[in-house]
Design a protein around this ligand. Structure first.
Ligand code: HEC
Length: 459
């Protein structure tokens, strides 16, 4: 391998002599100051800074250098940043994409292979401000303070201990129905930012008012079980993970909240060597009264199982299941969040259209239980399917020792709510449209695409 380039010597040799595989920096090799620091600023430091969740800071050269080999490994395998969606199939434009480009990965790999040279500190970009207050991102971006803040109780996380999944419930002090325009979750204090890995706020529906409010006709539910389904469904208000700001729903769509609902929290806490008290709070920005949106966005857990009993994973094996859901309305899908427990390995969502054509919507090939990443589709990239389309969710499970999250490959695993049981579904927010509305959306997209093409031709 052409790693050695003995005729170009740099001032780095002294420092590198101490590392396991000394390499000599090439004159043209990327340097930390010039090439790597800008990438770390934009793609790593939200988490890799002192007041955040990652195990080490990646701000200065001195901090980053000892991790060079590990950085190369994680980055080349697309494990870091934690953005695990397959980049060769399905929807590829996202609102919250934190991944590295191929060119950025290439630069990082070349940098490490050249011995991770520092370069000239004069080339460093201006330092990015670190997180020092617990302000809402929405406030910083000019949306003003939230109209309502709902706070979970706090958990006293010991200095050392197993990860905790903290699931308190909180009442929502609403006295009348309101439409939510924007949501943001944040840890309850600055210190808590170190221990809260992710936090999900589920909306615990009120069976009476919600059933009345949504009706059953357009909900795609079996009318006889609709009420129960609504209550069990626990639509997600928001999923938050470090580095994420707010969710602002597409114009004209929102989440309807009614009195009597509660928030059911699901918070993944991680011990960091000091005792910290922390939880989460959610800020809600409402649509002004009189400007209610026309469309409600629903969160559906598209199943990866034909029947729950079909989930039967023998010890030391890799298993597969699939589930099918027929869309009863024209449906736009606006995000994908694969959900498994510890044995989850991969999930693929496909659409089988009424004419039989198949299309991959999204695929995650290396699911990682620690990272409940939510892939939010770009507005124009959100696929829209006619009624009668079948959504197929294919799910793979790894109950072998190859899965490092597997607590016990000797166990027989079936369906259940405990983390050691298994389940599989694709959480996706959907919006339903009439034929005329769907046509309008598709025509507008075509017109936009045509405008882009003619722009390109003119250049
Ligand atoms: C969303 C937060 C987040 C982002 C963004 C992120 N990391 Fe991480 N990183 C973590 C956390 C948390 C861990 C420890 C848990 C784990 O390994 O998954 C980690 C672990 C790592 C490790 C392994 C450390 C070890 O113990 O060996 C490396 C290397 C790493 N990150 C590099 C990077 C680089 C390089 C980037 C940017 C290109 C990046 N990370 C972006 C949160 C993040």
């Amino acid at each position: 391998m052409g790693r050695w380039n003995p005729w170009v010597l740099s001032g780095m040799v002294g420092l590198l002599a101490a590392s396991a595989t000394p390499a000599v920096a090439q004159g043209s090799a990327p340097t930390f100051s010039k090439d790597i620091a800008p990438i770390f600023q934009s793609k790593c430091q939200a988490c890799h800074q002192p007041e955040s969740i990652a195990p080490m800071s990646l701000i200065t050269y001195q901090q980053a250098r000892p991790w060079a080999r590990s950085i190369k490994d994680r980055v080349a395998r697309r494990q870091m940043p934690p953005w695990h969606i397959d980049q060769s199939v399905g929807v590829q434009k996202f609102k919250n994409d934190m991944s590295l480009s191929d060119a950025q990965i290439d630069t990082i790999v070349k940098w490490v292979d050249a011995g991770a040279p520092q370069g000239d500190p004069k080339d460093l970009p201006p330092a990015k401000p670190l997180v020092t207050t617990n302000e809402w991102q929405g406030v910083m971006d000019g949306y003003g303070p939230p109209d309502m803040v709902i706070k979970s109780s706090e958990y006293k996380m010991p200095a050392v201990g197993q990860d905790v999944w903290y699931r308190p419930m909180t009442d929502i002090p609403l006295t009348e129905p309101r439409w939510v325009r924007m949501v943001e979750i944040r840890p309850t204090n600055l210190k808590a930012r170190k221990i809260v890995h992710h936090s999900i706020a589920y909306l615990l529906l009120n069976g009476d008012t919600d059933a009345v409010n949504t009706g059953t006709a357009t909900f795609g539910l079996n009318p006889s079980t609709a009420r129960e389904d609504l209550v069990n469904r626990r639509p997600q208000l928001m999923e938050w993970a470090i580095g994420k700001g707010y969710d602002r729903f597409a114009d004209g769509t929102g989440k309807l909240m009614v009195p009597g609902q509660q928030i059911s929290w699901d918070q993944h806490l991680h011990a960091v060597g000091e005792e910290i008290n922390g939880g989460s709070e959610i800020g809600l920005w409402f649509y002004p009264k009189g400007q209610e949106p026309k469309k409600r966005s629903y969160l559906i857990g598209f199943t990866g199982l034909r029947e729950r009993e079909f989930l039967d994973i023998p010890p030391n094996s890799v298993a597969y299941t699939e589930g099918f859901t027929v869309l009863k309305e024209n449906t736009m899908i606006t995000n994908f969040q694969p959900h498994f427990h510890l044995r989850g390995k991969a999930m693929k969502v496909e659409a089988i259209k009424p004419d039989g054509a198949r299309e991959i919507v999204s695929y995650v090939g290396n699911f990682n239980f620690n990272w409940m990443t939510n892939y939010i589709y770009d507005e124009d990239a959100s696929p829209i399917y006619p009624k009668g389309t079948i959504i197929q969710v294919s799910a793979w499970y790894d109950n072998t020792t190859a899965n490092k999250d597997n607590p016990d490959p000797e166990q027989w695993v079936g369906y259940g709510d405990r983390t050691v049981d298994e389940m599989a579904h694709a959480w996706m927010n959907v919006v339903y449209y009439t034929d005329a509305e769907m046509k309008e959306i598709l025509d507008a997209r075509k017109a936009k695409a045509a405008a882009r093409t003619s722009d390109r031709d003119r250049q």
